[in-house]
Design a protein around this ligand. Structure first.
Ligand code: TRP
Length: 363
């Protein structure tokens, strides 16, 4: 069986460091590993519209932002198919068939959907489209026969639902669909990069993100205002590492070599931590190292972004041809799905003959 990856993002904002550790870095590694036959990376604009129906301009603007972020982290259209969800209408068709295989209560129990309903104030009145997006996500994954879906842990309920739909479909209509596996980010520290304010997650609405497209000045300013240890009042007082943002970020991004190179007083990250805990290391010292580490990561990303920002028509062309390739692949799956579901009336010559013969013999 072919090894196929499908994953994607809602285009509702520029991508940030949380996306980088949670998914983008991994995607580039997977792309360059050569272990996969096909890789599809989707800009999920249809899904973005499920809770932004009244703000189409926001989605439209962010399609290009996300595409630029993809290209700038090193996703390569020669190796990965970058495409736009709305331009593969087969996905919508497939989602409609899947809705027959999922109960309302099943989606109501989805913890990610539950949280989102609360966050968006949808309790009183949930848009149908929003409510059914987990089903649409199952269609995104299975239309490409994806075997592997690299996503954050908040997406686990979606993959679980997808597997259930695949099993139901294959049971009712015969073996047609491929059951996907989730691929979670590896190091547990990287699973949820907190915002610069120490809150659980980087989120645009909380204004606590470091964006991949931030300038060196913006990065510096954001790191310098990061939440640290409120009890670490003077350089000499002992510090705590738990919930201390600069240290969490160093865990996620820094090597010992970098820590030593950016401040030769310290041998390694553990050395820095031990001395901070003991007392005698100021937050500014830690932050300065982190700024160096982040700049080393972000500089090449920024450079590639600047390159593509000057070639916007080419970026749209990449998305257009990617969407064509994606359509071809999804189209093949849809042909098989329609045959399995017995709605392939005009493609099935036997059906036409059978029906004709039935009525002839009646005469
Ligand atoms: N729900 C994902 C997110 O919010 C985006 C997405 C849509 C997706 N369809 C997908 C991810 C299919 C993986 C597979 O980030």
């Amino acid at each position: 069986m072919e090894k196929i990856i499908l994953t994607g993002d809602r285009p509702t904002g520029r991508l940030h460091l949380g996306h980088f550790v949670g998914s983008l870095k991994r995607r580039v590694e997977l792309q360059n590993s050569g272990d996969y036959d096909k890789i599809f990376i989707m800009i999920a604009d249809a899904q973005a519209l499920t809770d932004n129906a009244d703000n189409p301009e926001k989605v439209r603007q962010n399609v290009i932002e996300v595409a630029l972020d993809y290209l700038s982290v090193g996703l390569d259209p020669a190796k990965s198919t970058l495409f736009v969800q709305t331009h593969v209408p087969e996905l919508t068709e497939l989602a409609f068939y899947y809705m027959n295989l999922v109960s309302v209560s099943r989606v109501q129990r989805n913890p990610t959907v539950k949280t989102e309903i609360q966050m968006r104030g949808f309790e009183k009145s949930i848009p149908m489209g929003f409510f059914s997006y987990p089903v649409s996500q199952a269609s995104d994954i299975t239309a490409f026969r994806a075997t592997t879906v690299p996503v954050g842990e908040d997406q686990a309920p979606m993959i679980e639902l997808t597997r259930e739909i695949v099993n139901r479909f294959n049971n009712i209509y015969g073996p047609t669909l491929v059951e996907p596996e989730i691929m979670l980010p590896d190091a547990s520290v990287c699973m949820r990069l907190p915002g610069t304010d120490g809150k659980a997650k980087m989120s645009k609405s909380l204004g606590n993100c470091i964006y991949l497209s931030d300038s060196p000045k913006e990065v510096k300013k954001k790191v310098n205002s990061m939440y640290t240890d409120p009890e670490h009042l003077t350089v000499d007082s002992p510090g705590h590492l738990e919930g201390n943002c600069p240290f969490i970020y160093l865990d996620a991004f820094a090597t010992d070599e970098q820590v030593h190179r950016f401040n030769p007083d310290f041998e390694s990250l553990d050395d820095l931590k031990a001395r901070y805990v003991k007392g005698g290391v100021g937050d500014g010292t830690v932050k300065k190292i982190l700024i160096g580490v982040l700049e080393e990561l972000l500089a090449p990303i920024r450079e590639r972004r600047a390159y593509w920002e000057q070639r916007i028509p080419e970026v749209y062309e990449i998305l257009r041809t990617g969407s064509e390739t994606a359509r071809e692949q999804a189209g093949k799956t849809l042909d098989e799905v329609r045959a399995a579901m017995k709605i392939d009336y005009f493609a099935d010559q036997d059906l036409i003959k059978e029906q004709a013969a039935r009525y002839k013999s009646k005469k």
